[in-house]
Design a protein around this ligand. Structure first.
Ligand code: THU
Length: 163
């Protein structure tokens, strides 16, 4: 038996003023779309904004349902909309943020596992890394340059081909 270690890396910014103009704009779009999330059950409003290779920005927010599992997270609403409308266009970057009606979110949002897997699919689909920018309402901003830093040992298509 041998203990193995895995290294991931991420960048932390004290404020969005330190981001590039393009990334700051993307985060702003994610913030704006949180307001129209449909989150009557959790009161937790999430917004995601994707920048495609052609420069187009696609946004999405969480859509809840009284049958809770029927709802969908903001990240998947946005990424599937991009896949539907721009199936040939790789995704360069994704900004994700949130706000709550019941408390102040001062930590960067940490995407759920299902959304990490969905983002991974789109990196593999286009063979192109997706920069992910994570923010709360205030506080530091966390950035990873690929989903592999958020989802080590991810399930990949090659696994399906193994005999
Ligand atoms: N949510 C997202 O939209 N993205 C995440 O990464 C985590 C959770 C939503 C789902 C649900 O509408 C609410 O936040 C509370 O879980």
């Amino acid at each position: 038996m041998k203990k193995q270690e895995l290294k991931i890396s991420y960048f932390e910014y004290d404020s969005e003023k330190e981001l590039t103009n393009d990334d700051a704009e993307l985060l702003q779009k994610a913030r704006e779309i949180t307001d129209s999330a449909y989150a009557p059950y959790s009161q937790f409003y999430v917004g995601a904004a994707l920048r495609l290779k052609n420069g187009k920005i696609i946004t999405g927010n969480n859509q809840e349902n009284v049958a809770y599992p029927s709802g969908l997270c903001a990240e998947r609403v946005a990424i599937y909309a991009a896949g539907a409308h721009y199936p040939q266009e790789p995704i360069e970057a994704m900004a994700i943020t949130c706000k709550s009606k019941t408390f102040h979110v001062a930590e960067p949002l940490s995407p759920c596992g299902a959304c990490r897997q969905a983002i991974a699919e789109y990196e593999m689909r286009y063979q192109s890394n997706i920069k992910i920018i994570l923010a709360g309402e205030t506080g530091k901003i966390r950035v990873v340059s690929s989903i592999s830093d958020l989802l080590p040992f991810m399930f990949k298509a090659e696994e399906l081909k193994k005999v």
